[in-house]
Structure formats: C-alpha cells, structure tokens
Ligand binder design. Structure first.
Ligand code: SF4
Ligand code: SF4
Ligand code: FES
Length: 372
C-alpha cells in the first residue's frame, strides 16, 4: 500500500529513479561565460530538486554553488528558477519538475533580476534586502507606549497575516516584469512588507509611509499589474494584491495626490470604463494628467503629455492600428451591455464600506461553527 506524506500527499514508497539535472553554472570571478552542466542522480521521485542538486554536489562536483538551510520551505534560502519558473528548490518534487520539463531534463537556473554570485546563488543583499530596507521594515509605534501590551483588533491582525507569511525568498523579485525594465522599482516583496506596517493599527506613521511610497516614481504606482509575483510566490503572499491595497488606502482613504499621476490614472480608467463600457484610450492621457473630466484635455499638463505622445498616435494611424473614429469618439457597445457595466459600478459604489479580499485566511470561525 502506498505511504503518503501527510503534508504534500506524495507517495513516499516509490523506488528511486534516475533524474537528470541541467544546472546553470557561472562564476563571475573566473571571467568565463556561463554554461550548462548536466548530472544524473538517483532518488525517490518525491524527493526535492534541492536534494537532487545536493546529491550531484556530493557525488560529482563539490564546486556547484547552491544556497539552502531549512530544507522545509521556511527559510527562503533556496530560491531558484526551475524549468524557467521561480520557486523553492526544497519545495519542488523531482517527479513534478521532470513532468514540467519539455525534454525530461530538470533545468535549474539562478533567480532573475539579481546579480549572480556563483552558479545558483544570487546576491540578495544587492537587490532584495536593499529594497526591503527602503520601506522601513519595522513598526514605528504610536505614543505613549502602553504599560503592558497594545491591544489590537483581531480583524486588523488577520488583515496583515498574508503579508506576514513572506519568507523573503525573492521569487517574486526574480519574476517582476516592472523590475526587469526598471531595476530601481521598489518591487513586490518590499512593498508587501510595507503593507505589513501600513495595515498595522499600532504603527504611528501610516500616512507618512503612504505619502513616501506614492510620491516615489519607483514606488506603488510603478507596478504594472502583470500578476507574475502572485504566481511566483510559494507562500500565497499575493504581493500585487498588497500593492493594490496600498494604492487604495493612499489614494482613496488618505487622499494623497501623487506627483506620478498614478491615482488620477486609476480613476480615469475606472470612470472611462463606467461611461463607455470599454477603455477610451484617447481620453486616458488627458484625464490622467489634467483631471478626471472631459475638459482635462485643455489643462496645460495634459497638453504637454498629448504633444509628446503624438508621434506614437501618428504611427498607430499610419499602421492602421488605430481607428480614428474610435480614437475620437470611443468604443460603442450595445446599450444593454453598457447598462450591465453601470449596474456593477452602482452595486459596488452603493456599499457602505469597501471590502478587501483576503484570500489567505481560510476555514471557519470556531465560535460561529459552535453556535450554528
Ligand atoms: S504585479 Fe507588479 S510587483 Fe508584481 S511582478 Fe508584476 S509589476 Fe512586479
Ligand atoms: S512575497 Fe512570496 S515570493 Fe516574494 S519574497 Fe515573500 S515569500 Fe518570496
Ligand atoms: S532551504 Fe529553506 S526554503 Fe528551501
């Protein structure tokens, strides 16, 4: 009978099999170019990719560089890319990794967006930790400090639990598309960390933190909503979700008007979709820069932006990627569809409070379950 791992459900009695690992090797100090190195190891299929790498290191080549510690998906040390996807080497089964590989060879590379120190080890200090330090990652307590402990509402702590689950592995940083084109972007892990303190009612500098992250051109409005960090995170932290919460609190609750026009841009998108059912691109730039109304195009700031985007518009028209009629008058969708869109807005806007979707905490409330 099969023996199942109680945590992962993996069959731990399957006999050892051969797995081939293709490791990215690179030593910047050697002056030589990176290269691929293959080793075949023999392990039970439920064993981890990390165990495979450590066996290759022990049996074939002690110079393979890999960082690890807990081997239990807790310390965040063993972040790598497996078959092109970021993840924890100690938390990825060999059989799963082989099944996901196009040629049956498990390809392991160092994480992206961070310089390589050696082979699979990246410089977390140079990128990840520097960005975490940027967001003041500690509580700035309200005064006076109570004689005993702070009493915090349970819901408030539930709200920050998701960001507290981060193990600082850097997988989200590795895959962040905004960071790839703009390495200065504060990034998903550090911004998730920022939410951990913005959402904490004991913190005295919520507004100052939000002001800082809103006004920084590399702050919360630099995220492009690509979802890569959400997919990459092995702990369900949902960094993009935390960034969107920071934006909502900054722009809607704290009324922070950011110099990046980030909040105005978001407002313009939501208003245009409410009014047209689809995004009216030609109206988006003026409203993002000149205020959220039809008259925005006459605002000097909007005029400047419109002028600078003129070459792109002309190219779009010449290549027939832009329809002049739609560009000027916007999309027209059937009235019944537009009414449905408007009804969604009315339902959401008529709610007395904003509901934040926290998907991390699951299960049922013990008291409620007992009462029912
Ligand atoms: S959603 Fe934002 S933070 Fe996350 S990976 Fe994409 S750009 Fe980066
Ligand atoms: S948010 Fe997730 S992926 Fe990013 S560092 Fe934390 S645990 Fe790793
Ligand atoms: S070794 Fe600790 S998370 Fe993998």
């Amino acid at each position: 009978m099969a023996a199942l791992d109680t945590t992962t459900g993996a069959d731990t009695r399957r006999p050892p099999e051969q797995f081939t690992l293709r490791l990215r090797r690179y030593n910047p100090e050697s002056g030589e170019a990176p290269y691929w190195d293959e080793h075949t190891v023999e392990l039970e299929p439920h064993r981890s990719v990390l165990e495979g790498i450590l066996q290759a290191k022990a049996q074939f080549d002690g110079s393979i560089g890999i960082r690890c510690s807990c081997r239990a998906a807790i310390c965040g040390s063993c972040g790598v890319r497996i078959n092109g996807e970021p993840g924890l080497a100690c938390h990825t089964h060999l059989d799963h990794a082989r099944a996901a590989s196009p040629d049956g060879v498990i390809e392991v590379e160092p994480m992206g967006n961070m310089p390589v120190i050696k082979d699979l080890v990246v410089d977390m200090d140079a990128v990840h930790w520097k960005k975490v330090q940027r967001v003041t990652p500690w509580l700035l307590p309200k005064q006076p400090v109570p004689e005993r402990e702070y009493l915090v509402p349970r819901e408030a702590m539930v709200d920050v639990t998701q960001s507290m689950a981060c193990i600082q592995c850097g997988a989200c940083v590795s895959d962040c598309l905004a960071m790839e084109v703009d390495p200065g972007f504060i990034g998903p892990a550090a911004l998730a960390k920022a939410y951990r303190f913005v959402g904490d009612p004991r913190d005295a500098e919520r507004h100052e933190r939000l002001e800082d992250l809103s006004q920084d051109p590399l702050g919360i409005y630099d995220c492009t909503h690509c979802f890569k960090c959400v997919e990459a995170c092995p702990k369900g932290v949902n960094p993009m979700g935390q960034i969107m919460r920071l934006r909502r609190i900054a722009g809607s609750d704290e009324k922070i008007v950011d110099v990046n026009n980030g909040h105005r841009h978001e407002q313009a998108i939501t208003t245009l979709i409410r009014d047209y059912g689809l995004l009216h691109e030609a109206e988006l730039i003026p409203r993002s820069y000149g205020g959220n109304s039809w008259f925005a195009k006459f605002h000097p700031a909007a005029g400047k932006e419109l002028l600078s985007s003129l070459p792109v518009v002309v190219r779009g028209l010449l290549r027939r990627k832009l329809n002049p009629k739609i560009a000027i008058f916007g999309h027209k969708i059937p009235k019944s569809d537009l009414d449905s869109v408007k009804r969604i807005y009315e339902t959401v806007e008529s709610r007395p409070a904003r509901y934040e979707l926290n998907l991390y905490v699951s299960g049922e409330d013990e008291e409620e379950a007992t009462a029912s």
